[in-house]
Write a protein that binds this ligand. Structure first.
Ligand SMILES: NC(=O)c1ccc[n+]([C@@H]2O[C@H](COP(=O)([O-])OP(=O)(O)OC[C@H]3O[C@@H](n4cnc5c(N)ncnc54)[C@H](OP(=O)(O)O)[C@@H]3O)[C@@H](O)[C@H]2O)c1
Length: 274
């Protein structure tokens, strides 16, 4: 373990899809101790079932959950962040670290809502964090130190890769890597459907599509080669792949993906300032 969380209290506010993924993964990997981890949700019934499922206390009282916490994850929907920050303000002090994963909410908004020079790190993870294949971009607010940013990075390193970016890029990150798994699932589903069309059993087609996606992504990450060069290596002159590529170009796959990321990033900006 590159950093020590032993004895540290951690609160996860909003243990929904993303909060739940982070909580479960960090508990499973032994980075959080069930004894010093607390979480909240909105509904009592869900709190009860999560307490049983995760083996940590889950309640609905945000103010109580953050009392004495060293690290506070904010994982509620962007529209709820302001209200939750106002709730917890009386129990938050500058020796705590806030890590917000809320899309679109600037660190300055959280700092302003909490008042009192509170260190804030903003992170944008994605759902593959559940299996340790996540991608998280992080930036720090005005009062967070480099060491606190490092601590936040170290936490997200446990569930995948991390990159530090300027805050001005966080909406772009949202449109690319946070929304990205949804685009890739559609591509995978389509490739599997295509496999079925050419006669493969569905389970085989899905396996071929998923492992091919994982393989191609791994080659990009491990070699650092430009994807266009790697594509050329697959494309034998007068072979089969070039015929497939012609169909992709005619169907405007490239421009469609570019437009998808642009739209999602624009939406992230609208949610923040609209
Ligand atoms: N999903 C993703 O892929 C993803 C990726 C990156 C970032 N994020 C960010 O993660 C945040 C959560 O998204 P999500 O997809 O995980 O949504 P979600 O599944 O709806 O989770 C939101 C959670 O917040 C809880 N909640 C609502 N109001 C609350 C309150 N006042 N106090 C405490 N908890 C409250 C909800 O409780 P109940 O369960 O009782 O309703 C729910 O558990 C968002 O800000 C989003 O931008 C999500």
């Amino acid at each position: 373990m590159g950093f020590d969380l032993s004895g540290k209290r951690v609160a996860v506010l909003g243990a929904g899809k993303m909060g739940g993924i982070l909580l479960k993964a960090l508990l499973e990997k032994g980075f959080l101790s069930p004894k010093s981890t607390f979480a909240t949700v909105q509904h009592e019934e869900r709190a009860r079932s999560l307490t049983e499922k995760l083996g940590v206390p889950v309640g609905t009282d945000n103010l109580a959950a953050v009392r004495g916490a060293d690290i506070i994850f904010v994982c509620v929907k962007p529209q709820v962040v302001q209200e939750v920050m106002e709730q917890i303000r009386p129990n938050v002090s500058p020796n705590q670290l806030i890590i917000s994963v809320a899309a679109s909410v600037p660190t300055s908004q959280i700092e302003k809502a909490l008042a009192g020079n509170i260190p804030v790190v903003r992170a944008m993870p994605n759902t593959p964090c559940a299996l340790g294949y996540g991608m998280t971009a992080l930036c720090k607010g005005k009062y967070a130190t480099a060491k606190q940013a490092e601590t936040a990075c170290a936490l997200f390193d446990v569930v995948g890769r991390t990159v530090v970016v300027d805050e001005k890029h966080m909406d772009a990150v949202t449109g690319l890597s946070a929304s990205g798994p949804a685009y890739i699932y559609i591509i995978l589903e389509s490739l599997a459907e295509a496999g079925v069309k050419v006669g493969l059993p569905r389970d085989v087609a899905t396996l071929l599509a998923a492992q091919t996606t994982l393989g191609a992504a791994s080659v990009v990450l491990e070699t650092g080669d430009h994807p266009a060069l790697l594509k050329d290596a697959v494309t034998t002159p007068a072979g089969c792949t070039i015929d497939g590529i012609m169909e992709l170009e005619e169907g405007k796959l490239r421009v469609t993906l570019i437009k998808a990321v642009v739209k999602a990033a624009q939406r992230a900006k609208e949610l923040a300032y609209g």
